[in-house]
Design a protein. Structure first.
Length: 174
């Protein structure tokens, strides 16, 4: 019984370590601009979907707030047009940015990634919290509050969702 417990513990630790290894490979890929390493650990269709949902929800809410709070018929018409056309525009922008090279470019400008480049890989330099959502899903929250979700699929850990901070949207005005 004791031997079985030890074997299960070692397997569990290896399983979790594999997620850390995949994250390390992803960060190294971002730091070096290696699009193959990024592609191996990001499920881009899922990431694009999660980003489109976030941006579209924000845009619709913002346009609704403008239309509801402004007595100017022009502002209301503009907000309505933005709410109608905005999701398609957002979809096209995200489709062009949420690519291996686009993610590498966007993430390489972050302060925490720059610190990793300078100081070497240290997961504590950007990770605020690790949550085990299920045996095949981890959620990582960075020091700024953004989240990425890693799912175990196709025998590797891949980023499947990203949640960006609402302040990212603050400069978006309908």
């Amino acid at each position: 019984m004791r031997r079985l417990s030890l074997i299960l513990f070692v397997l569990a630790m290896g399983y979790v370590a594999y997620a850390g290894f995949a994250l390390r490979e992803l960060i190294t890929g971002v730091m070096t601009g290696n699009v193959d390493a990024i592609s191996a650990h990001v499920d881009f269709p899922s990431v694009r979907t999660s980003l489109k949902e976030q941006f579209t929800s924000y845009l619709i809410a913002k346009a609704g707030a403008v239309a509801g709070n402004d007595n100017d018929p022009g502002a209301q018409i503009g907000a309505t047009i933005i709410a109608a056309v905005g999701p398609a525009v957002i979809g096209n922008v995200i489709d062009s940015l949420a690519t291996p090279s686009g993610i590498a470019t966007l993430l390489s400008t972050r302060t925490d990634v720059t610190e990793i480049k300078r100081d070497g890989f240290n997961i504590g330099s950007f990770l605020r919290r690790l949550s085990i959502v299920s045996p095949t899903r981890f959620r990582l929250t960075d020091n700024e509050g953004s989240e990425i979700v890693l799912d175990f699929e196709d025998w590797t850990w891949k980023v499947t969702h990203m949640r960006v901070l609402p302040r990212v949207f603050d400069n978006v005005t309908p």
